[in-house]
Design a protein around this ligand. Structure first.
Ligand code: SF4
Length: 441
């Protein structure tokens, strides 16, 4: 049986629409391969739609799975409609489909929607197809029983060119799953998308074996740990950093830390690993979702962090020569001039290596979206597109009513346009280029 998995997403940059191939399709495709399926991956960012559709038809799959976020839902539906053939099952998964399950089914294009995590669900659907059984309209995905048994990605044609490209050759890696926090602007606390946050972790040996495999196979020279909070399991992270330092000192590393989950011991380990890493691409960066220098706004967004603790972890990193990426969220309902003064004071104090402003786009399925919807603050509740700074500048308005978008734009550009420390391209948080607000990016 043949399975095509199609990722529909936003280009990461104009020159390199895919810098790091996404985890989901690579992992699902690999599990299906191990399960006996013939699998091809496709990515909407790597070719025009007509070529993608022709390539899918050449492969002639029995099942086509789509993964996409809300901003790409219309594009995914159009592609799904175009690849429908008699006897071909069309399946949707991912965050948007998990939140808008019934609405996605009602479009009449998808046979099945998978909610939550997809690994076990896609294997179950495949088995049903092989057995000639009908597919259920909704599958409640269950968590993979042991994340340490998840295999390294297979070498799919779709992304080989991306891993072969000149310049950085980054790869996404996971240390574990789950986030215990409840930030109101983030989709991860939504139980329709993710199971309750039982923390599930891999082991240092498995993680390092996977990194070595990618370095050997693709010449990977940069690892992005995609966990929402990579510092949840400090012994695991410190073990990985120590092994990377000893075994792969030329491979750069970045990950998301959390203000409440950081330690002097980790800073020391990172500092030791940083020593001797002279090129930007080799260096280690910790990204923090500080989001604000205003305690009032942190509380409003239920960050459960304090400005003082944010200053302390940034200082700890600086003392140990660890690069800091600082996410700052602008355009938040209720924000005032005082809050912006607090943002600037905070950023001036922490002097991040990579300041990274983001503009709030309330995402369906988040508490922030409901807050805005309940108060009539959404400019267009049916519009799930991401408003970038250029959209806001062109239209003179933004996604949330009552926000001073001139102030937002001025602040956004102030931090975005600060020169990078070296002339090399910046490596940014895994979600940063979308200006979305999912996860700590
Ligand atoms: S923003 Fe980060 S810390 Fe907050 S819920 Fe999302 S992933 Fe967790």
């Amino acid at each position: 049986m043949r399975v095509a998995l199609i990722y529909v997403g936003q280009p990461e940059s104009e020159l390199r629409p895919v810098m790091s191939p996404p985890i989901g399709p690579q992992l699902l495709g690999t599990l299906l391969l191990h399960h006996g399926a013939e699998v091809e991956l496709f990515d909407s960012r790597l070719q025009p739609a007509d070529r993608l559709l022709a390539a899918v038809d050449d492969f002639d799959p029995h099942l086509v799975g789509f993964s996409y976020l809300s901003p790409n839902a219309d594009e995914a539906v159009a592609l799904a409609r175009a690849v429908r053939r008699p006897g071909r099952a069309i399946v949707a998964g991912g965050v948007h489909a998990s939140i808008h399950t019934e609405a996605t089914l009602a479009i009449g294009v998808f046979d099945t929607v998978v909610r939550r995590e997809g690994e076990s669900a896609i294997l179950d659907l495949y088995d049903r197809l092989v057995a000639g059984e009908p597919l259920p309209p909704i599958v409640e995905g269950t968590a993979w029983p042991d994340v340490d048994t998840l295999p390294p990605y297979a070498d799919f044609d779709c992304y080989r060119g991306v891993y072969d490209q000149e310049g950085y050759r980054p790869v996404y890696l996971q240390l574990g799953r789950g986030c215990p926090m409840q930030c109101t602007f983030c989709e991860l606390p939504n139980r329709q998308v993710f199971e309750p946050p039982r923390r599930r972790f891999r082991t240092v040996d498995t993680v390092m074996a996977e990194v070595h495999e990618y370095v050997r196979r693709w010449g990977v020279d940069f690892v992005t740990i995609a966990d929402p909070i990579a510092t949840l399991n400090l012994p695991l992270l410190m073990g990985v950093v120590r092994r990377m330092d000893a075994e792969l000192p030329d491979v750069g590393l970045m990950f998301n830390g959390h203000v409440n989950r950081f330690s002097r011991a980790l800073a020391e380990v990172l500092g030791e690993a940083q020593a001797g890493r002279d090129r930007e691409g080799q260096r280690i960066t910790v990204w923090f979702g500080f989001e604000s220098g205003s305690q009032r706004l942190l509380d409003f967004m239920r960050k459960r962090t304090s400005v003082a603790d944010g200053l302390a972890v940034a200082r700890l990193c600086r003392d140990h020569d660890v690069q800091v990426g600082a996410n700052l969220l602008l355009g938040v309902p209720t924000e005032t001039e005082d809050d912006y003064r607090a943002h600037h004071a905070f950023m001036d104090e922490i002097e991040p290596t990579f300041p990274n402003p983001n503009i709030l786009n309330p995402l369906p399925g988040t508490e922030m979206y409901d807050y805005c919807a309940d108060r009539g603050l959404l400019r267009d509740p049916a519009d799930h597109s991401i408003w970038r700074d250029s959209d806001i500048a062109a239209r003179g308005e933004g996604p949330v009513l009552g926000i001073d978008y001139q102030r937002v734009l001025a602040t956004y550009r102030h931090y975005r346009d600060e020169p990078a420390p070296e002339s090399e391209p910046r490596y940014r948080s895994w979600a940063a280029d979308d200006d979305t607000t999912t996860g700590c990016g």
